[in-house]
Design a protein around this ligand. Sequence first.
Ligand SMILES: N[C@@H](CCC(=O)N[C@@H](CS)C(=O)NCC(=O)O)C(=O)O
Length: 249
Amino acid sequence: MSEPLLVQVGYSPWSLKARLALALGGLQHRRMEYLPMLREPWLRWRLRRFTGRVTVPVLLTDQGAVGDSFDIARLALAGGPYWPEDAALVAWNGWSERMLELGRTRTTRQVLSDPDALLASLPAALSGLGPLSTLLARAAARYLLRKYGVAEDQATLEARMDALLDQLAGVLADQEYLLGRLSYADLSAAAGLCFVSPPADLPISPLARPHWTVPTLATRYAPLLAWRDRVLATCAAAARATAAGPGAT
Ligand SMILES: N[C@@H](CCC(=O)N[C@@H](CS)C(=O)NCC(=O)O)C(=O)O
């Protein structure tokens, strides 16, 4: 049996969710970086899905492809302590999806209006091709907006993100974990904050990073961002313990 292959975009919050779950579940895997738009024909061929939307992350296993970060997380974690009950996890993942959907549109529009950030968002292999790189970067951003764009203006998107953040802050006001102890609900919600202000180690160019941040929300919800960083650190420590095996200290 070969190791599963995670097809992912390194800087994408959805891929982050899959990586966190795979690490926490101790599921060994290889990774392949996906190029939005350019690699879509390859992905469709691998998935044998020639119509409809295809997205990454996708986990390619000997038993077939698992094509959504939530299903990848379920594969990695179900039956263990971080996957207590499906319904609550579905609900918090829905919260995370709504946040990310709004943030993706806001950030992609911002990057599209900043030529330096746009170019810096291209993978290294494609960024040294002069005007062709600029064309490619612009086409990729427009492709993402056509595929996933939300219609509202930037102020409305931020207001909707604010309302979702308020909901999360309310639940976390008197508890550290959404379901009482660390679970995929926390990982999913933590990744959902990436377009409010991205985690320090998400591989985003310094030129694009400001567009991933909503200054008013990052200030108002600074305690949520601190919570997110604690959750990611706890998750990393738990993943290290899982990797070290039973009995390791
Ligand atoms: N519900 C899906 C959403 C995944 C998603 O939106 N992926 C985007 C962001 S990485 C994507 O595939 N973008 C590249 C493309 O569409 O070509 C999941 O959680 O996996």
